[in-house]
Design a protein around this ligand. Sequence first.
Ligand SMILES: *Cc1c(COP(=O)(O)O)cnc(C)c1O
Length: 419
Amino acid sequence: MGKHLMFGGVDVVELAERFGTPLYVTDEQRLRENFRRFKNAFSSVDSEIYYAVKANGNLAVLRILAQEGAGADVFSGGELYLARLAGIPASKILFNGNSKSDEELELAVLSGVCVSVDSFDELYALSEIAKRLGRDVEIAFRVNPDISPETHPKIATGLRESKFGIPYEEVLDAYKEAKQLEIEGGIRVCGIHCHIGSQILDVSVFKEATEKMMALVESLNEHGIELEFVDLGGGLGIPYKKDEPAPTPEDLAAQILPAFKGAKLKRRPKLILEPGRYIVGNTTILITRVNAVKRAAKHFVAVDAGFNLLIRPVLYDAYHEVAVANKIDEPPAGTYTIVGPICESGDILAKDRRLPKVERGDIIAIFDAGAYGFAMSSQYNGRPRCAEILVNNGEAEVIRRRETYDDLLKNQVVPPRLL
Ligand SMILES: *Cc1c(COP(=O)(O)O)cnc(C)c1O
């Protein structure tokens, strides 16, 4: 019998037996360590870490991060709801988004969270809503800093042509307009915000982004507008491949802090960062069972998880390391392409990987699946979503039950005349 992969002190093959497959498994200790390391890297200035909820919105994950003192970057009313439920205080939540509905703006105002305003349209709508509700709402503007990080084009968000934020050269006007609205009550100008992209491995772009943002903050100061915080977003990449660079939070801080501290301001604002992927990416594996192995154009391994559960390889050409969990000490014996059960030929999780001899019934572990993994899952092809497990020093607990066929019916209505 082969040796088994261990994760968070637990035998992964035993987890597959006990809870079934496919299965997402998250290591609590690693989650706490990642958060603490990120927070410590910026502790030389007044700073807060707002975890980007969209990366992994599981309530237990959010609860752990709330215990660690995290704030939250939320991108929808639903994420705001989850963050509040997990115990993250409204005073440490930034409501982001380029297309917020009236309902979401109302919810933001009533919850007392700060709103990152993405357009003049939204500024006017928010001002009206706050006045109507008789409340004050703190705002920042999302700035498009016109920066091109080296990452997949689908996750670069600070390019000039990106849909996010106020164009750099209009930012001053936006603040002047907001200051005008402040006089009428409702709006309260508090901060400035950007987010340049995701999975950034060359962190030198963060120096450029910080310099551009601090230049804006200085010029706002000269116009008599003082800000309480500067939020530089998330985006720190993680090494999905063994030989990829692995920039650390300290490397990121080394790019950001000199420019942040060096700005010529009357009073230094608070620094906010919004990591998502770095906090949760490597905390989680997806385990999946082999249903068939066949030689065709490729040596295919068909497993029970597909892009319904992990869409990153299909959406972003993303690479995830894989291993045969029940043969972890065996040497490679073939080159395999791992495919899911979905009725699409693009349903490929890993291409041409050297693995020990793979057979039906083997358990494959897909690494670094904690960010944008379960969060992007669907029921496509009539497949209920899988369970999520939290492991902590050798103990395993369910943090999301496996869906059943009944969940496929949820909210569906067949008009009585069709019965
Ligand atoms: C997605 C997102 C983040 C997190 O990005 P990561 O690459 O996961 O760190 C932070 N801020 C905003 C506004 C985002 O949209």
